[in-house]
Design a protein around this ligand. Structure first.
Ligand code: BGC
Length: 290
C-alpha cells in the first residue's frame, strides 16, 4: 500500500522527553506489537521506536514495574496505545496468558519482537546446571514459546492488506555470538546459535503464509547487560579493539533496524540475520595480521 492511501502513515510524532520534534515516518500505523524484555536496554528502545512509527505496543517485562510503566508512558507519546504485561517468557502458561490478553485488548497482533534475554556467565568447568538452564530457558525456549503464540495468531488472521503486506512479522533478537564463539559464556552463545537455526527453520516453514521471520544480531550495545565492557575508559578502549567502526552501539541503532524489519519497507526480507555490530563480525584482528 502506498503512503498516500493512508494519511495516518505520515502523521508527525510528538517530541519525547525534551528531544527536538522530529517527524518519524508512520510506517507501522495501525499495527499491534509485542516486545519482550521491553523495560530496559534494547527492548525499551525498540518499544519506543515502534510506538513512534505508529504501532500499539505491549511492553513485556518480568521484574521492575516502575521501569515498565515509564516505557509505556514514553511509547504513548507516539499517540498510540500501550500497556505493560508481566510475564516470564520461559513459562508456557504465562506466555499463553500474555498473548491472550494482547489479542483481547488490541484485537490482534502483527509484530513480535522476541527480545528478552540474559547472561549467566561462568567458565565451562564451573558452570552450574541452573546457569545453563536459566539462559537456555529464557533466551531460546522463551523465543520459541512467544514465536509459537504469535504464529498461531498470524495464521488465524492472515494478511490484512490495509495494515501490512505480510500476515505477521517476527524479529528475533540474536547476537554476534550466534557466529562468534565466546569463552566463559557457553550457555549464552549456545542460546544465540540456537536462535539462528530456530529463526531460519521457522522462516522457511511460514514464508508461504506470508509471515516474515528475521533476526537482528547486535554487537556491543550500551545496555545494562554488558556495563563492565564499557563503563570505564580502560574497558571502553579494550572494547574498541573489537569494533572497527570505533564506537559502541546505542539501543536506538537496534531500534531503527527493528522498525525497518517490522515494516513493509523490508517486505522481501525473509529468514535473514541483520548484523548491527559496527563491524564486530569482520574479524578485526585480521585488519593488520594474518
Ligand atoms: C552480549 C554483550 C556483549 C556483546 C558483544 C552481546 O550479545 O549480550 O554482553 O558485549 O554481545 O560481545
Amino acid at each position: 500500500m502506498s503512503e498516500a492511501s493512508n494519511p495516518s502513515r505520515t502523521a508527525p510524532t510528538p517530541a519525547s522527553s525534551g528531544a527536538p520534534a522530529v517527524s518519524v515516518p508512520r510506517t507501522l500505523a495501525g499495527q499491534k506489537a509485542l516486545v519482550t524484555g521491553a523495560n530496559s536496554g534494547i527492548g525499551r528502545a525498540v518499544a519506543i521506536a515502534l510506538g513512534q512509527a505508529g504501532a500499539d505496543v505491549v511492553v513485556n517485562y518480568v521484574v521492575g514495574d516502575d521501569a515498565a510503566q515509564s516505557v509505556v508512558e514514553e511509547v504513548r507519546r507516539g499517540g498510540v496505545r500501550a500497556f505493560a504485561h508481566q510475564a516470564d517468557v520461559s513459562s508456557e502458561e504465562q506466555v499463553e496468558a500474555m498473548f491472550a490478553r494482547a489479542c483481547t485488548e488490541l484485537g490482534t497482533l502483527d509484530i513480535l519482537v522476541n527480545n528478552a534475554g540474559l547472561q549467566r556467565d561462568a567458565p565451562f568447568a564451573t558452570m552450574t546446571l541452573a546457569q545453563w538452564n536459566t539462559v537456555i530457558g529464557i533466551n531460546l525456549t522463551g523465543q520459541f514459546l512467544c514465536a509459537r503464540a504469535a504464529i498461531r495468531e498470524f495464521l488465524r488472521r492472515g494478511v490484512v492488506p490495509s495494515v501490512s503486506c505480510a500476515a505477521g512479522k517476527i524479529i528475533c533478537m540474536s547476537s554476534v555470538h550466534q557466529e562468534i564463539p565466546w569463552a566463559g559464556h557457553p550457555n549464552y552463545a549456545s542460546s544465540k546459535g540456537g536462535i539462528k537455526m530456530m529463526m531460519e527453520s521457522l522462516a522457511q516453514e511460514v514464508a508461504p503464509h506470508h509471515i516474515r521471520v528475521n533476526s537482528i544480531a547486535p554487537g556491543a550495545i550500551r545496555t545494562p547487560i554488558n556495563t563492565a565492557a564499557w563503563n570505564t575508559p580502560q574497558a571502553y578502549t579494550r572494547l574498541m579493539t573489537l569494533v572497527p567502526y570505533g564506537r559502541i552501539g546505542e539501543p536506538e541503532d537496534i531500534a531503527r533496524a527493528a522498525v525497518w524489519l517490522a515494516s513493509d519497507q523490508s517486505d522481501y526480507v525473509v529468514g535473514t540475520t541483520l548484523f548491527v555490530d559496527g563491524g564486530m563480525t569482520l574479524y578485526p584482528g585480521f585488519a593488520t595480521g594474518g
